[in-house]
Design a protein around this ligand. Structure first.
Ligand code: ZN
Ligand code: ZN
Length: 287
């Protein structure tokens, strides 16, 4: 239920998200802190997972959920260190990952891909404080807490502004919404996302990362590279299945009626149900 709830947030437009954020009772949300590895922790509350680097230089966070949770997030960070929050890195523009920007941006420096800034800036209701101050197009490194924290852009996957954030010494990576552990990905085609782009990106990410790296996904539990490989395989194979049916002349409704083969059933869960996945593949195939 909680997963269904958090996944559905990604779909909403910025406006709807604001209305949603006003409706949700954030007073009931608790922030859970988990140590991942090295300097890196993960915070879970409502919205995307937050990655945290803690050390002698202070605090850097990856994504920041919703503005009404900012004080709770700050309290959770203060349990880890008294040093101040200096950087916020956004994995992409969706409101469940950038909502806290308008609070944290008052004192910390926000960093993101240039398309994240572009998309956030298009929302006139957003305070200017929420916009990234430093943008990048390909890669950018923050040298902080004794390690290189590298942001690497992967084009047109979940959106057109996704960056993965790699904590080199801690051996941890935050993949943003390119990964939601154990379920098919959400492809936001209205924000430049692409299924074939996602497949290509994740294939390249698997090649690039060390085998023993720990992965913070956009949503869901901490994952391994094997988890990511399994997700990639499920997406590649189920996409091939749907495309074969389409090539044989079946329409989306007919494919949904047949259903995905049993091996893919567990991947269609919560918001991205098997039916939504079939529609995602069909839409990406017609173009
Ligand atoms: Zn997202
Ligand atoms: Zn998300």
């Amino acid at each position: 239920m909680l997963r269904k709830f958090t996944l559905s947030i990604c779909l909403l437009t910025a406006l709807a998200l604001n209305a949603f954020a006003q409706q949700q009772d954030f007073s009931k949300v608790e922030i859970k802190t988990t140590k991942v590895a090295g300097n890196v922790y993960m915070l879970e509350g409502s919205g995307g997972n937050i990655g945290v680097s803690v050390g002698n230089d202070g605090v850097l966070i990856v994504d920041d959920q919703f503005a009404p949770l900012a004080e709770k997030i700050r309290a959770a960070l203060e349990k880890l260190t008294q040093l101040r929050l200096r950087f916020v890195l956004n994995t992409h523009h969706h409101g469940d990952h950038t909502g806290g920007n308008e609070v944290f941006g008052e004192t910390a420096t926000i960093v993101a891909h240039s398309n994240v800034r572009k998309r956030l800036a298009a929302n006139e209701k957003l305070r200017r404080m929420a916009l990234p101050v430093i943008t990048f197009d390909q890669t950018l490194s923050v040298h902080f807490n004794g390690e290189e924290i590298q942001a690497i852009h992967y084009p047109n996957g979940h959106t057109d502004g996704d960056g993965i954030i790699w904590f080199k010494n801690s051996n941890v990576v935050h993949l943003g919404d390119h990964m939601m552990t154990g379920v098919f990905p959400f492809i936001d085609s209205t924000s430049g996302g692409s299924l074939d782009g996602w497949i290509k990106n994740i294939g390249a990410i698997i090649e690039r990362l060390p085998a023993d790296i720990k992965i913070i996904p956009g949503h869901g539990r901490v994952a391994s590279l094997d988890d990511l490989k399994q997700l990639h395989k499920a997406v590649v194979d189920s996409t091939a299945f749907v495309r074969k049916q389409l090539a044989e002349g079946k329409d989306t409704a007919a494919i949904k009626a047949i259903g995905l083969p049993a091996e893919f059933k567990s991947w269609g869960s919560g918001f991205i149900s098997s039916d939504v996945w079939v529609e995602t593949v069909a839409r990406a195939t017609k173009k």
